[in-house]
Structure formats: C-alpha cells, structure tokens
Design a protein around this ligand. Structure first.
Ligand code: PGA
Length: 260
C-alpha cells in the first residue's frame, strides 16, 4: 500500500518580507526541527529572499518554496522567473493563487502550463483554486472549483508532485472563513474529482485549506476529513502564529495516528 504524504502546513508571505524578516524564518526553522516531523512545513517567501531562505532552512526540516513561476521554460520574458530557476533554491511553487488570477488575469490554461513547468523542473506544484463571494452566493461553488481543478492541474499530476489548495477568494485576508461544514463539502467534492481524474492515487493527493486560517480556528479546520493541511498568508508572517498552527496540525496527526 502506498502511504499518503504527510500533511503540509505552508506559509505564503506574498509581497511581504525583507532581510529583517529572515529572523522569523530562523525562528521557524529552529522550532520545526525540534518538532516530531509528522507534518511537512514550507514557507514561500518573495523571490528576493529565496536564496537567503534556502541558506537558513539548510538541513532543517523547513522547506522553501516560491510564489509563482512563468508558464514558459525560458527566453524573452522580462521580469519573469522560470520553474527551473526556482528549482535551484526551492522545492515547491504556488501556482493559480487567486491574486494571480485576479491581478494578472491568469486563466486555468496559463495555470496548467505553470503546473507543467513546475513538474518538469522537479518542483511540487501547489495549485490554488477557490470561488469568489458572488459565485458562492450564486450556488456555483462546487462547479467553479471543479472546473478550476481539472483545468489547472497537469495531466501528469499525482500525489507526489501536486498539492491542491482550496482557498475561497472571499476568505483570503478578510478574517472570514466558510463554516466547517462548507469547508468539508468542498474538500469532499475536490477529493471525488481527484479520484475520478487520477484513479485511486487521487485519494492520496493532499488538499489544503487556505483563507484566514489562524491559531484560533486552525484546529477545528485541520481536523476535518479531507483537509490535509493549510496554506496560510497573514498568520505566516509571525513565527509564533505560524508555529502555533503547525503544532495544531501535528496534534491532529497524532490523534489520527492513534485512531488508525
Ligand atoms: P490569508 O491568505 O491566510 O492571509 O487569508 C491565504 C492565502 O492567500 O494563501
């Protein structure tokens, strides 16, 4: 039997962080290495800090990822960064974040190319999907999320190279979150879609929840079935908050281990 990868707690720093913020990263790397390690931990700093972050993570249990990559392998594309360039400093890359979809008009087709570039470079692709408030109010959540999922991942995606992050757009940075039941419903639907897309391997793909996850709500969300970790924005900028969420994920994993 193939084991499901460990749950993942991932911190997305977005366009935040400077050389001074590396102190937070040092605290995270040190603390994570003292934890039992049944939960994987990644931080996604801005590109300018990637090389520093890689140095700090060193041989600790902390892994470093980048926030986006080009849909192209190389060439005349000023300002863009390819997945292969990222692979020199990081092990993963976030693609399809709703901020990229909204601010940079990225379509599912573009995101699928980015997913493919990530896989070609040997990176883990963290593929983000999620509905807007209007789509939720129109009752279109499951349909939107399903379409984004099947159109944004690469045909070669599997549980080893791809992680899905469900992030309702209206929950990102707002302090709002869906109810636990709403999160469970969407994650179950993503799981069903992964199973039909990949066969039994779809049961092993990690599905993260993201959108205003913080120390006060993490435990309840992380305990839900089909929630295999979190993608954390604001609360990942402070080591204490991020580590609190990480430890709650470890606790959930310990409880799950005892139950099986
Ligand atoms: P947030 O961001 O935790 O600040 O809501 C999550 C994300 O956008 O990945």
């Amino acid at each position: 039997m193939v084991d499901k990868p460990r749950p993942l707690i991932a911190g997305n720093w977005k366009m935040n962080g400077d050389l001074q913020s590396l102190a937070e990263l040092e605290s995270i790397a040190g603390a994570i290495s003292r934890e039992p390690g049944q939960v994987q931990c990644m931080i996604f700093p801005p590109f300018t800090l990637l090389a520093h972050a890689q140095g700090i993570a060193g041989t600790s249990r902390l892994e470093i990822g980048a926030q986006d990559c080009s849909a192209n392998p190389s060439g005349a594309s000023t300002g863009d960064i390819s997945a292969r360039m990222i692979a020199e400093f990081a092990t993963a890359v976030i693609v399809g974040h709703s901020e990229r979809r909204a601010i940079h008009a990225e379509t599912n087709t573009i995101i699928a190319s980015k997913s493919a570039m990530a896989l070609d470079a040997g990176l883990t692709a963290i593929v983000c999907i999620g509905e807007t408030l209007q789509e939720r109010e129109n009752g279109a959540t499951l349909e939107v999320v399903k379409r984004q999922l099947v159109e944004s991942i690469c045909p070669r995606s599997n549980h080893r190279n791809t992680v899905i992050a469900y992030e309702p757009v209206w929950a990102i940075g707002t302090g709002l979150t869906p109810s636990l039941q709403e999160i469970a419903t969407v994650h179950a639907s993503i799981r069903a879609e992964l199973l039909s897309f990949m066969g039994s391997g779809g049961g092993l793909v990690r599905i993260l929840y993201g959108g205003s996850m913080k120390p006060s709500n993490a435990l309840a969300i992380l305990q839900l079935e089909n929630v295999d970790g979190g993608l954390i924005g604001g609360a990942s900028l402070k080591a204490d908050d991020f580590l609190s969420i990480y430890r709650q994920a470890s606790k959930v994993q310990t409880i799950r281990g005892i139950a099986t």
